[in-house]
Design a protein around this ligand. Structure first.
Ligand code: MOS
Length: 735
């Protein structure tokens, strides 16, 4: 490919202006006529039955339209209750399975009326015994189905062969996603066709899920989502509010809009489950790992298993012949856990990378040196070569930028006045996949390109990078390319999860654009009216919206003129790209090295992250500006995870008690210090035609471990239970 002119440039978000001026239409903002407002009522008990719902006072309010519940469900889902939907509980019976379950939907002429009416509904429950406690119930942990042990080598022999062992238990709490844009659904029926304006990461999976569960053909359900204000995995699934909005809109025969408020986002729309991870590392004196044992237990609901796959990272991160991992679950009376940014990798890398730090201290070895000794030069789990791997370069460049060589290995030695300074590091890793994706490009006779795919931009910059890719491959300026997404009427596109959109859809956009050029060459060379008539196709090149002859550049023709002469006002190419065999020939992954500096007050044990450097190898970076934003966000997630975030359940009540942003602490600017992410140059010839690996989740993996390791370096106190709060440090100091 020739030198990039547009890909790889830090261009501003093409949707930036719409967003900052408030004119980007989010899912709760479609101005539909005769819209009604739905407000959910959530159960206040975790388990039991609803004895009665008294909606008389609510329905007396002027403007109250309906109070739907199990008593008068808007739709009876005969046979439409598919396996995946069993966790949704769409008011088909009076049973309560967890606190926060949506048990009634109050609909009014205005949001205010609906909300006030909801407050007047009286619900009587019959409670049943329950348990939401995870740690207290570890004894009854069961093996997760389909996650049978798959050991490599001989763990006992590996431990016997070692001279140093580290054995420790790490735990991470329940965490809630908290995207800025709450969940929002506007449901609009037209005859037997449904349009859902839905805040989602998954246009097409939403379409098929809703169709299946409402017993409709998929082409009768249209899903529209032009902007998603963050999702972090929570919006990969269809949740009950969306189904209930559709059901109520059907019953009332008018559009119904349901927006969750911040409190309601804690319960019925997923969360990252708490984990307990037991790790054993064994190594020879020189640091060579001889055994890695990683057992992970996570909480899940009573009704659906969810595995937070923490052990995956331990199977591939280091060159170690003997690896044993196992996955256990504890089901309690909580809502349904789901994916949250780098599921598995995030809590898994916290445990593994803290254990590696502990091993480095046990060996009196620099943590980077230990990792270099155990560098995995291939994927020893799948026994495949990496498609590319720049981890060693990440260590080197990250350490240099951070100033790691000035670090004193012994904890508590670095100070600024009375403040303790700690420097810690950890690895980042995320796997790379590619999904099938399709794209349509319409090149008009005025030389502009419309590029379409039913993808979604979850805030990562999909609009922008797809515009760049199309513009570059079409040799047009970005201003002449419009990328359209967010509609199930557009060509099939995969969900935006697993950091796959850039690589999957980007690849398809590039190939579709190449297809447009090929078609233009074909048309011109076959057209006696073209200056390129009769040209050998391989001699025709494209530049600046024109085709020209390689050896005779004065023989050229504008795309617009070629399209014009077809007699149609546009030329269309539709392309469906499937993953190639790269996945079976290579192991594909992104890597990084995370470096944290913390400042700890020696009396109060307050911890501040003053500096963070992240060095990443992630293939070709399509847009350094939006890419940097992804890493800033990922590291900020890591700061939250390390020091603040925890969804608290009061096990006496079975309820989440910090269900808002006042009590569920996420980092703000003042918590972040200086964050400096950067990418090392990495060329990956295998992942896809662009060489782009996807970066949405990488930055948060290992970030909390780097901070925890820095806290240890500052204080000599090892807190293995996140978040690292003042009380835990004081207790560790006292003991
Ligand atoms: Mo991510 S948890 O795959 O949105």
């Amino acid at each position: 490919m020739s030198e990039s002119k547009i890909i790889g440039k830090p261009i501003d978000r093409v949707d930036g202006r719409l967003k900052v001026t408030g004119t980007a239409t989010y899912s709760a903002e479609w101005p539909l006529e005769n819209i009604a407002y739905g407000v959910l009522i959530q159960s206040t008990i975790p388990t039991g039955t609803i004895k009665a719902i008294d909606s008389r006072a609510a329905m007396k309010l002027p403007g109250a339209i309906a109070v739907f519940s199990f008593d008068n469900q808007p739709m009876v889902l005969a046979g439409g209750k598919g396996k995946e939907g069993e966790h949704l509980f769409l008011m088909q019976d009076n049973v309560v399975r967890y606190a926060g379950q949506n048990i009634a939907l109050v609909v009014g002429e205005s949001l205010e009326t609906a909300r006030y009416a909801a407050s007047l509904v009286k619900i009587t429950y019959e409670s049943q015994p329950f348990s939401t406690a995870f740690h207290d119930n570890v004894a009854r942990a069961k093996e997760a189905r389909g996650h049978e042990k798959a050991d490599r080598g001989d763990i006992a022999a590996g431990i016997a062969d070692s001279s140093v062992q580290v054995s420790a238990t790490y735990s991470t709490p329940t965490q809630s996603h908290n995207p800025l844009e709450p969940f929002a659904t506007t449901a609009h029926w037209n005859g037997d066709s449904l349009t859902l304006y839905e805040s989602t990461q998954s246009i097409f999976p939403t379409q098929s899920f809703v169709a299946e569960h409402l017993g409709m053909p998929p082409d009768k359900v249209r899903v529209i989502c032009k902007y998603t204000g963050g999702g972090f995995g929570s919006k990969l699934s269809v949740w009950s509010h969306a189904m209930l909005a559709a059901m109520a809109a059907r019953k009332l025969d008018r559009p119904v809009k349901v927006v969750l408020d911040r409190h309601q986002m804690y319960g019925p729309v997923g969360f990252r489950p708490a984990t307990i991870q037991r790790i054993v590392l064994a190594a020879k004196k020189d640091g060579e790992l001889t055994a890695i044992k990683h057992e992970s237990i996570n909480e899940t609901s009573r009704f659906k298993e969810f595995v937070e796959g923490c052990c995956a990272v331990s199977r591939i991160m280091y060159r170690c012949p003997n690896v044993q991992t196992s996955q256990l679950l504890v089901a309690t009376d909580i809502g349904q856990p789901t994916w949250m940014r780098a599921p598995g990798h995030t809590p898994g890398s916290f445990a593994l990378e803290c254990a590696m730090d502990e091993l480095a201290y046990a060996l009196k070895m620099d943590p980077i040196e230990l990792r270099l000794r155990n560098f995995a030069d291939r994927n020893y789990e799948s026994d495949r070569p990496w498609s590319s791997n720049s981890l060693r370069e990440c260590y080197r460049q990250g350490a240099e930028r951070f100033g790691w060589s000035n670090r004193q290995q012994e904890p508590g030695r670095q100070k600024d006045g009375r403040i303790l300074i700690g420097w810690g590091m950890a690895c980042a890793q995320h796997s790379v996949w590619r999904n099938a994706a399709s794209v349509r490009i319409v090149l008009s006779s005025d030389g502009e390109a419309l590029v379409q795919s039913g993808s979604q931009d979850i805030g990562t910059g999909t609009y922008t990078i797809m515009t760049q890719i199309a513009a570059e491959r079409l040799t047009l300026p970005c201003e002449r390319v419009r990328f359209e997404l967010g509609d199930s009427n557009l060509p099939d596109s995969p969900m935006s999860g697993g950091s796959t959109t850039a690589g999957s859809l980007g690849n398809a956009v590039a190939l579709a654009a190449d297809g447009v050029i090929a078609k233009l060459v074909d048309l011109a060379s076959n057209d006696p009216a073209s200056p390129l008539h009769g040209a050998n196709k391989s001699d025709v090149l494209a530049e600046n919206g024109m085709l020209y002859l390689k050896n005779r550049p004065q023989s050229k023709e504008r795309f617009a003129d070629i399209v014009e002469r077809t007699g149609k006002n546009s030329l269309e190419v539709k392309l469906a790209a499937k993953p190639g065999d790269e996945q079976s020939n290579y192991s594909m992954s992104t890597f990084g090295a995370q470096f944290a500096e913390v400042r700890v007050d020696p009396d109060l044990y307050t911890v501040r992250v003053s500096r963070f450097v992240g060095a990443y190898g992630a293939g070709r970076i399509l847009n350094p500006k939006t890419a940097r934003s992804q890493m800033l966000g990922g590291i900020t997630f890591g700061i939250g995870m390390a020091l603040m975030e925890q969804t608290y359940v009061d096990d006496r009540l079975g309820r989440i008690i910090n269900a808002d942003l006042a009590e569920y602490h996420i980092p703000v600017h003042g918590d972040c210090g200086s964050i400096e992410p950067f990418f090392v140059d990495e060329i990956d010839p295998h992942v896809n035609v662009l060489g782009a690996k996807g970066i949405g989740e990488l930055g948060t993996t290992g970030a909390s471990a780097a901070i925890a390791n820095a806290v240890f370096h500052a204080t000599g106190l090892r807190v293995r239970d996140l978040p690292i709060t003042i009380d835990k440090l004081l207790i560790a100091k006292g003991s």
